[in-house]
Design a protein around this ligand. Structure first.
Ligand SMILES: Cc1cc2nc3c(=O)[nH]c(=O)nc-3n(C[C@H](O)[C@H](O)[C@H](O)COP(=O)(O)O)c2cc1C
Length: 264
């Protein structure tokens, strides 16, 4: 059983790549929508948590989920996979500590470098670089998958330097999820795609235009995939990132979620 959270598709892709045949893959946001936090688990079935790294930590929704989730029996092998642009910092430590609050033990954890999606802070790398990063990630995911099958115990020691950086980043995440810096430019046609795509329902359409809701936003960069959504003074004119799995459009499918004015 794999639980995942994903904004721009990297962690979703990782979860799908790690899953065994007929293994259940559950989107954490669906659990909140359906108010479902109790799950049956088979003896010896591996249990995975897959998510992006946000400011050196687990996304808030993942932290809340791990605190709430309960299982029919104690899973024998629990692992975390953190997709990131560079390092997973506090994620392994955080997941271990949150699980231990429910008497559960983290057996293994890995970081997987995928395309850095945080357009608020930097330019998104070129398409060629994205392909190179995602090809490398594919190899790492294959390796992790076989290590999960072998119930391997992987752990990365957190350096003092990374602990310091992560502690410095924590307040920035708290500020970022406040959403007040999101805005729309003149090209927004009020199509509602950003609201429909938001995994946590943090956007409502008011008078035909998106309005952000601070209490649920994860700052996941899903809404910003539309070129008409901006954040602060840095994103304007910057390319946006979406994992190739989510870019694919079905031929002749007029129900596609892409906005006609800003396909991403
Ligand atoms: C708000 C935010 C903060 C991020 N912080 C980090 C970070 O501290 N370290 C890192 O390596 N990558 C960081 N990233 C990059 C993402 O972790 C990375 O691109 C991830 O694979 C995105 O996963 P997703 O496509 O499933 O949402 C951050 C991205 C966002 C949106």
């Amino acid at each position: 059983m794999i639980f995942y959270f994903s904004g721009t598709g990297n962690s979703r892709h990782a979860a799908l790549s790690l899953a065994g045949e007929s293994e259940q893959i559950i989107n954490i946001t669906d659990c909140f929508r359906q108010d479902q936090f109790e799950f049956g688990i088979q003896e010896n079935e591996p249990l995975g948590f897959v998510c992006p790294v946000y400011f050196g930590a687990l996304p808030l929704i993942v932290q809340e989920f791990v605190r709430k989730v309960r299982f029919s029996s104690i899973p024998a092998y629990i692992y975390g996979v953190f997709t990131c642009g560079s390092f997973s910092f506090l994620c392994e430590e955080m997941l271990r500590s949150l699980l231990s609050e429910s008497g559960l033990k983290l057996s293994s954890a890995w970081a997987v470098r995928m395309v850095p999606n945080y357009v608020v802070m930097y330019e998104i790398v070129s398409d060629e670089e994205q392909n190179r990063i995602l090809d490398d990630a594919e190899q790492i995911l294959l390796k992790i998958r076989s290590e999960i099958t072998a119930r391997h115990a992987n752990s990365t020691e957190l350096s003092d330097e990374h602990r310091r950086i992560a502690e410095e980043m924590a307040p920035i995440y708290k500020e970022a999820v406040k959403t007040h810096k999101f805005w729309i430019d003149d090209t927004c046609i009020g199509c509602g795609t950003c609201a429909a795509r938001c995994p946590v329902g943090a956007i409502t359409m008011r008078d035909g235009y998106p309005s952000w809701n601070t209490s649920t936003c994860q700052h996941c960069m899903t809404c910003i995939r539309c070129g008409a959504v901006e954040y602060g003074a840095t994103t304007h004119g910057r390319k946006r990132y979406t994992h190739p799995d989510l870019r694919k459009k079905k031929k002749h499918d007029h129900t596609t979620e892409a906005c006609a004015a800003h396909p991403s």
